[in-house]
Design a protein around this ligand. Structure first.
Ligand code: G
Ligand code: G
Ligand code: MN
Ligand code: NA
Length: 252
């Protein structure tokens, strides 16, 4: 409860900030998208999202916090795009946010206010959201997609019935869970599964992003498998907005 009060105060005080992690096209090595990642600057140190998102969900603060994250990131990327940089934005959503009453109109309003074209924004949801909330989640996400934004399934492959989700809901991208990438080339089953996910994405016309690339061999293997996009500490770490500005139009 004390944490929940602190979080409310932090939002009012402007103590949350965003980092951005570049996602590259594995063919060209160009940065195509940045994923916004929230942090809490608290008593001189940075608190990672794992340590406060659960409490923010429980208290419902995730709704105004999520709106702040979306607005802040869309504003930044809209400015970066003015200098002719065709950069996209990916934002993580939590279940409570997606299922909240006004979320679709919030997204619509933020796009209108910031002037960011809808198709430049990707909204990331994880499979748990679909597992736990079935029809309601699918209906809400379909409304969001009808706005013209893109949908991505985050941490893909970890959930039960991963394949079925692709049938219920049209998505634009799947992000392969880092646990697969960690064992790529080291575990034959994982390597085969990763290959299969990439192939599935190609067959369905869905973009595939590999997450958690840390070693050069992983990058090479993913390229050879025809994976579209990559993200991970080897490519680039999450960075402040000023770090992204230094990349404009260039390679990481
Ligand atoms: O950035 P980091 O590795 O610390 O993120 C840890 C977890 O927090 C990841 O699961 C990530 O998806 C989640 N996360 C990071 N930023 C946001 C955000 O802005 N909104 C939501 N809902 N989750 C986020
Ligand atoms: O759940 P989600 O995919 O949104 O989590 C994103 C988080 O994963 C980011 O906040 C980032 O800190 C973390 N991350 C990104 N790349 C790597 C990586 O190469 N290795 C590890 N261990 N974590 C990563
Ligand atoms: Mn994500
Ligand atoms: Na996530």
């Amino acid at each position: 409860l004390e944490l929940q009060i602190h979080l409310r105060e932090a939002l009012d005080a402007g103590d949350f900030y965003l980092e951005y992690q570049p996602i590259v096209d594995l063919g060209s090595s160009q940065v195509t998208t940045v994923e916004a990642l929230v942090r809490w600057g608290h008593e001189g140190r940075t608190v990672p999202p794992e340590d406060f998102l659960g409490a923010a969900e429980e208290s419902g603060l995730i709704v105004p916090l999520g709106e702040w994250i979306l607005r802040e990131a869309c504003q930044k990327v809209a400015v970066w795009r003015v200098s002719d940089w065709d950069i996209g934005l990916s934002v993580n959503l939590s279940a409570k946010q997606v299922l909240s009453e006004r979320f679709v109109s919030t997204v619509e309003g933020v796009l209108a206010d910031t002037g960011l074209p809808a198709e430049v924004l990707t909204l990331e949801v994880d499979e748990e959201l679909l597992l736990d909330n079935g029809e309601e989640a699918v209906a809400r996400l379909s409304e969001l997609r009808a706005l013209g934004v893109q949908l991505a399934i985050d941490d893909y492959g970890m959930g039960y019935a991963s394949l079925a989700h692709l049938r219920e809901l049209s998505v634009d991208a799947i992000k392969i869970d880092p646990s697969f990438i960690a064992d790529l080339g080291r575990d034959d089953t994982v390597t085969l599964l990763t290959h299969t996910i990439i192939q599935l994405g190609r067959d369905l016309g869905v973009q595939v992003v590999a997450e958690g690339i840390e070693r050069p061999e992983q990058l090479e293997q993913l390229r050879a498998m025809g994976c579209d996009h990559g993200q991970g500490f080897l490519v680039a770490r999450p960075m402040a907005a000023s770090g992204v500005e230094a990349l404009v139009g260039g390679e990481v």
